[in-house]
Every structure is written in structure tokens, then in C-alpha cells.
Design a protein. Structure first.
Length: 233
């Protein structure tokens, strides 16, 4: 049984990623808001665009703290952010949905989201993903690394130097692999299951434009930042 040990520099990398991840949380808690009140489709859509806009700003700050990211080609930095913003939002939403909540709260939250204005056809893939993330019971370090790994996906559209991105992603993957082995010694497949979630996350990417444009209301207004990031309007 090989001795798995996280090196000093990997521990330093872990700390930087985790601090950045915790520092860049969404200030206002959307789950609490949704549990407090039932909103109209219009209000929910506005809440989503506000949350998603602040999520993109938070994502940029988080990404700037990923060691090596700012040394990448500047256009590649933009391509990575643009290519991962939707996935990062769904990953964040899944982590919000999977948080430990008092009895019955998750059910209320799910019901509110089901009636928020999203078309019925997207509910199953979206909640399947949220529940599959919840079943992993990820620790904070794993969540932070998974977000960084999602951002550092080399094959996003328009990325020129894919190898430079691959090298950064590989160092994150190596830390995550060791962390999983240490955190879940009984589950040798855990790391593979975690990466499998990233594949499921990409499929949500395909739905997101339609999820927004089919929101049960007329005249969908987006912020300029979301028009940039979400290929809408
Ligand atoms: O705010 C949101 N997500 C979100 C965005 C950025 C940071 C953190 C976030 F949670 C929206 C709300 C918005 C208001 C109407 C209901 C859905 N949201 C989604 C979601 C996101 C995008 C599409 Cl196209 C469809 C649903 N899934 C959620 C699961 C949850 F547990 C949760 F608390 C909120 C969730």
C-alpha cells in the first residue's frame, strides 16, 4: 500500500485555493431567500441574474488566486473564465443545494426552484446533478479544488496554449487525487466519481441558454456581464 503524502508545496497550494474559495463566497445567501418567500417567475429570474452576475465577479477574484493563472496568456485567461462561468454557477448551486439544512428545508428549496419559472424539461437533469453532488459529501477543500479544476479545463473554446492550462490543471488534479485518497480511504473510486461529476456538469452547459430563454415570462432582461458570459440577447 503506497504511502500517500501531500508535499509541502501541495499543502501551500491547497491553502491558497481554500482561502480564495472561502473569501469569495456569495455574500447574500440565495437559499435563505428562497426558503423565506415564494417569488413570481419575474422576481426569480431577476434574483437569478443578480446571483449569477455576482457569481461571475466572485469567480474572477477566485481565479486570480489560482497559482499560475495570471501567468497564462491574457486572452486564454478570458477564454477560461468565459468557458467555465456557467459550470461554476451550477457547481456552486449544487453545493448550495447539498448543504446540510434543518429537516424539510431541502424539500422546500427544491419545490421553490421547481416553481421558479424554469421549464419542466430541465428539472430532471439539473436535480440529478445536484443530488449526485450531494451524495459525494465533499469537504470544502474538495469543493474548492473541483471549482479550480473546472476553470482550468484546457479544451475550452478559443484557448491557444492548451498545454500551459493542462499543466496547471494537472497539479490541481494531483492534489485532489491525494486528498480524496486520504479523506475517503475506504472508497478508492471516490476521485473518479468526483471527476465524473465534471462530465455531468458539462451536459448542463448545453441546456443553460435554453433554461434562461424559456423562463416562464416575457422579455428576459440580462446584465451586460451576463450577455458576455451567457451568450444570450
Ligand atoms: O441563484 C441561483 N443559483 C446560484 C447562482 C450563483 C451562486 C449561487 C447560486 F445558488 C438559482 C436560483 C435563482 C432564483 C430562482 C431559483 C434558482 N439556483 C439554481 C439555478 C441556477 C441557474 C439556472 Cl439556469 C437554474 C437554476 N439552482 C439552485 C439550487 C439551489 F440550491 C439554490 F439555492 C439556488 C439555485
Amino acid at each position: 500500500k503506497e504511502k500517500i503524502e501531500i508535499t509541502k508545496e501541495q499543502q501551500a497550494l491547497m491553502k491558497i485555493i481554500l482561502d480564495a474559495y472561502n473569501r469569495h463566497q456569495i455574500p447574500q445567501d440565495v437559499a435563505k431567500k428562497l426558503l423565506q418567500d415564494q417569488y413570481s417567475a419575474e422576481e426569480n429570474f431577476l434574483l437569478l441574474t443578480e446571483m449569477a452576475t455576482s457569481q461571475v465577479q466572485v469567480l474572477v477574484e477566485f481565479t486570480k488566486n489560482i497559482p499560475g493563472f495570471l501567468s497564462l496568456d491574457h486572452e486564454d485567461q478570458i477564454a477560461l473564465l468565459k468557458g467555465s462561468a456557467v459550470e461554476a454557477m451550477f457547481l456552486r448551486s449544487a453545493q448550495v443545494f447539498s448543504r446540510k439544512m434543518p429537516k424539510g428545508h431541502t424539500e422546500v428549496l427544491e419545490a421553490r426552484i421547481r416553481k421558479s419559472g424554469i421549464s419542466e424539461e430541465f428539472m430532471t437533469p439539473m436535480f440529478n446533478f445536484y443530488k449526485s453532488i450531494g451524495e459525494l459529501h465533499m469537504v470544502q477543500e474538495e469543493q474548492a479544488l473541483l471549482t479550480a479544476i473546472t476553470i482550468l479545463t484546457p479544451d475550452r473554446p478559443h484557448v491557444k496554449d492548451q498545454h500551459a492550462v493542462e499543466r496547471l490543471q494537472e497539479s490541481m488534479l494531483d492534489v485532489l487525487r491525494k486528498l480524496c485518497a486520504l479523506q475517503h480511504p475506504q472508497e478508492p473510486q471516490y476521485f473518479a466519481r468526483l471527476l465524473g461529476r465534471l462530465t455531468e456538469l458539462r451536459t448542463l452547459n448545453h441546456y443553460h441558454t435554453e433554461m434562461l430563454t424559456s423562463w416562464r415570462m416575457n422579455d428576459h432582461k440580462f446584465t451586460p456581464l451576463l450577455c458576455e458570459i451567457w451568450d444570450v440577447q
